[in-house]
Design a protein around this ligand. Structure first.
Ligand code: SF4
Length: 370
């Protein structure tokens, strides 16, 4: 029996664009984005939320610009943010001009929806003058009337055609500095549309399953949709759309990338579900560790396993391992090898200490290597 290579994701070759200082597409790491849900016209609240997203690892943050008050706040927001800011524009092309002048790194705008060719030219000029990229954001819920009439309902072909029509408008204006999304809340529709689009262009793709739902349901749905596309090598930047705090979107985005081995950030915990054999409370321990290790950005793995059934095997594959043992004595593994025992009372503090030490050592190694 021969089994084909089963761990590799071969990424689709896409053109690279810059969103501010962050490359998207080509061989750039797949980036994780979110969107603020504060009033953009309240720069203080918006900057506070951007800060939380940055701390969670956001590479790019999008903010809505529905009115002039919002674009008026954009200068301050863009100045204060450490990550590039994408201005989300619908219909009002003037907001795009204002956002570009205010320092937005990217405009999310569909050129076919802003009226005349002259307006498109103005937006393209503003983008070029300010070094902005763009995202064409096709959404099954707001497909153009002529495509709905042609296809009868939102379908993958209609989403792809819409994306290509918008792309053509920008290309005709000598502007190719853009990425594309073709989102739908139906994950079959979204996945098929992205697959179709990936086949016919080399623009970088922004993946998302729109209006995916609440924290749990939306994360599962997005993981299936975004995850299957990434697994097939499609996708250059992702946004997990949740009815939850933006920080949760970032966390979910990184978990998807970590699961596929596409990007690593922070501690990847391997833990068992626990059962009657557990020698310490696994669920509670993992819960506390997740919280206490949230500040670690260095990629590393940690196994927390309740007993010897699976503990030694998992510990062999992780940087730090803990396996529950008899009489409150648990085995700690370092780099896959048994190292020492630890008792119940010191367990969590000890693991936190080990992870922090390992993170500091890895950071030092990285600094010396660079
Ligand atoms: S590793 Fe041990 S404690 Fe954990 S679920 Fe398996 S048998 Fe139960």
């Amino acid at each position: 029996m021969s089994i084909r290579p089963w761990r590799d994701v071969v990424r689709r070759k896409s053109k690279q664009i810059m969103v501010g200082s962050v490359p998207v597409g080509g061989d750039a790491p797949i980036t994780v984005q979110t969107m603020t849900n504060t009033l953009t016209s309240d720069p203080g609240a918006t900057i506070d939320q951007i800060r939380l997203a940055e701390e969670a690892g956001a590479d790019i943050v999008r903010v809505s610009c529905p009115d002039e008050e919002s674009t008026a706040a954009m200068s301050e927001i863009c100045r204060e943010a450490a990550v590039p800011i994408v201005a989300d524009i619908h219909f009002h092309y003037k907001r795009a001009l204002e956002a570009a002048d205010a320092g937005a790194a990217c405009l999310r705008i569909n050129p076919g929806n802003i009226g005349s060719a002259a307006r498109v030219r103005e937006v393209v000029q503003a983008a070029k003058a300010n070094g902005c990229s763009m995202r064409i954001g096709v959404n099954a819920g707001s497909l153009e009337k002529h495509l709905l009439e042609k296809y009868g309902e939102p379908c993958p072909e209609a989403l792809v055609e819409s994306a290509l029509e918008h792309a053509k408008i920008l290309e005709d204006n000598d502007f190719t500095n853009f990425k594309i999304s073709v989102k739908a809340s139906d994950l079959f529709l979204a996945v098929a549309a992205y697959q179709g689009l990936a086949d016919v262009c080399d623009y970088p793709l922004h993946l998302g399953i729109t209006e995916a739902g609440g924290l749990r349901g939306g994360t599962v749905k997005s993981s299936i949709g975004i995850g299957s596309l990434l697994w097939a090598g499609i996708g250059d930047t992702i946004r997990v759309s949740l009815s939850a705090h933006p920080v949760e979107e970032i966390k979910a985005g990184f978990e998807i990338l970590k699961s596929l081995g596409l990007r690593h950030r922070g501690v990847r915990i391997v833990s068992c579900p626990s059962c009657a054999r557990q020698a310490f409370p696994v669920i509670k321990t993992v819960e506390v560790l997740e919280e206490r290790l949230a500040h670690i950005h260095t990629p590393m793995s940690l196994s927390i396993i309740g007993c010897v059934v699976n503990g030694p095997g998992e510990a062999r594959e992780t940087d730090i391992g803990l396996t529950g043992g008899g009489n409150g004595n648990h085995m700690v593994y370092l780099s896959g090898v048994t190292d020492h025992k630890i008792t119940d009372d010191k367990l969590v503090d000890h693991i936190v200490e080990l992870v922090e030490e390992k993170a500091a050592a890895l950071a030092e190694d990285a600094a010396q290597a660079s």
